[in-house]
Design a protein around this ligand. Structure first.
Ligand code: NAD
Length: 494
């Protein structure tokens, strides 16, 4: 019996969603199953929201924004979000079990997906309380004499938040908490594969906080049309979305008729430029770990490794050895760092892309299939492909699996050109013994974020966003809070 089977508290649920302050079942009375990807067993079921449910949730959020003081009462919002922080912290072991159950995330690495976002709730509550919502912009000369201008920072209105399955609890928090603290009302639509993290978040808000009815709503659904209905609804002022570039395009198009503000964090295909003076013995095992630790299901993973031709074989050997030794297995077992892919479909997609790489001339150095001892669960071997053509499908498409592609380069210029040969621009990495040289290379990469020598670019206090087709706008940092505010400029007597 695995740990998930023994936790009837998690398993028994027929999880409800939160609309207008009530935990409810879907209008049609239907449910959909949640599968545990490590056992291939149905782990529970969640209410299957319809377009009608979404319309009710948007109506509730609209009324809560228009008819209550939520958007104007920053002290009350602070009180509610600090309550939420405490409530999430009380429930964190249950949230962790749900995360492992629906994603297959290894318990060993679950801290960044549970403890960190819970701490972020407190961060945003404090940040939003300290924010100066009415700023003096000074005296300006106009044709009619001097005018004093003030900048009034105000909530945008109803925010629709749509999240993906790879880091569900973290992204549910990251998309909704700054929006709420800024005074907006919110409708959250979690991903089909990971609805529990969302429904549990809704339950905690309803039962353990004073957040008023309609301010925060969660609609779980197995149908893409329900997210589409949210992104097209004229009563919604803004969509904040994390997911694939294809869905991001559809959301932009759906919001165009009502000119919705749209914040998009999309796909990536990031490059890691390993310069010829880099310390391979530290940089490359870390690169292998990054590729495997979330089963490769990470948007910011630098999955294209660019190695100098002068040290190509040395680099390949280290990467292959590190990947082959990576601890893969049951996510409930402490020590395992790589769990399964989230679904049979996702694993099939990963294996198909590996095969497309081999068909286009890449050399398979390790992995390439299913681990022999892990035939139940959607496990994939950590896979290293060498001699990858930068224009091939496997070098251009996001894989979302534990796969690294390696391409040799001849000069720094050459490496920068290969790194920039992508429709995406989410993150990247440079390794070098010379941080200034690495910085010059990083500045030439057309991407939103870069780490040098594994010094992370990612964190709550710094803006995070993609360039090119990886996104629009920012999460985190001051910019990430301002995304959820409109600026009203007021001219008044000087
Ligand atoms: P997805 O785009 O398939 O789905 C994301 C969400 O959009 C889900 O909730 C889904 O139900 C909803 N959706 C689907 N069609 C819709 C439509 N027409 N209108 C409105 N909503 C719709 O993405 P996924 O497969 O769940 O997640 C993986 C993707 O997310 C990868 O591309 C990954 O790179 C990206 N991602 C990006 C970041 C980032 O910060 N840039 C972070 C995590 C994941």
């Amino acid at each position: 019996m695995t740990a998930v089977e023994s936790d009837s508290g998690v398993l028994a649920g027929e999880e409800r969603m939160l609309i207008d302050g009530e935990l409810v079942h879907a209008a049609g009375g239907a449910f959909f199953d949640v599968e545990h990807p490590a056992s291939e067993q149905v782990a529970g079921r969640v209410t299957d929201g319809t377009v009608a449910d979404m319309e009710r949730a948007v109506g509730a959020a609209r009324r809560a924004f228009d008819n209550t003081d939520w958007s104007r009462d920053v002290e009350f919002r602070y009180h509610c979000l600090m309550q939420l922080h405490a409530a999430l912290d009380r429930n964190k072991e249950r949230l962790r079990r749900i995360l492992i159950t629906e994603v297959g995330c290894p318990v060993t690495v679950s801290g960044s997906q549970i403890e960190s976002p819970i701490e972020e709730v407190k961060h945003w509550a404090e940040h939003g309380r300290a924010f100066d919502y009415l700023q003096d912009n000074g005296v300006h000369e106009t044709q009619l004499g001097p005018a004093r201008r003030k900048l009034s920072y105000e909530a945008i209105g109803v925010v629709g938040a749509i999240t993906p399955w790879n880091v569900p609890f973290y992204l549910n928090i990251a998309e909704t908490v700054p929006a709420l603290m800024a005074g907006n009302t919110v409708v959250l639509k979690p991903a089909q594969l990971t609805p529990w993290s969302g429904s549990e978040y809704g339950r905690i808000v309803a039962e353990e906080t004073d957040i008023p009815a309609g301010v925060f709503n969660v609609v779980t659904s197995n149908a893409n049309e329900v997210g589409a209905a949210l992104s097209a609804d004229p009563r919604v002022d803004m969509i904040t979305f994390t997911g694939s570039t294809a869905t991001g395009r559809a959301i932009l198009a759906a919001g165009a008729p009502t000119v919705k503000k749209t914040l998009l964090e999309l796909g990536g295909k990031s490059a890691h430029i390993v310069l010829d003076d880099a310390d391979f013995s530290s940089a490359l095992p870390l690169a292998a770990m990054m590729a495997c630790v979330m089963s490769g299901q990470s948007c910011i993973l630098p999955s294209r490794i660019l190695l100098p031709r002068s040290r190509y074989d040395e680099g390949l050997q280290i990467l292959a050895a590190s990947m082959a030794a990576f601890p893969v297995g049951d996510p409930w077992t402490p020590g395992n760092m790589q769990g399964p892919q989230i679904s049979a479909t996702q694993r099939q997609k990963v294996l198909g892309l590996i095969q497309s790489g081999i068909d286009s001339g890449a050399r398979l150095l390790t992995g390439g299939g299913v681990p022999e001892n892990l035939t139940t669960g959607y496990y994939t071997q950590a896979t290293l492909l060498a001699d990858v053509d930068p224009d091939s499908q496997v070098a251009q498409e996001e894989i979302f699996g534990p796969v690294l592609t390696v391409t040799p380069y001849d000069s720094d210029e050459d490496a920068i050109a290969i790194a920039n040969n992508s429709i995406y621009g989410l993150s990247g990495e440079v390794s070098s013994a010379d941080p200034e040289r690495a910085l010059r290379v990083a500045q030439r990469m057309r991407t939103g974020n870069v780490s040098i020598n594994a010094k992370s670019h990612f964190g709550i206090s710094s803006p995070f966003g993609g360039t090119k087709q990886s996104g629009l706008g920012y999460r985190n940092g001051e910019q990430g809070y301002m995304e959820y505010l409109d600026i009203k400029t007021i001219g008044m007597p000087a």
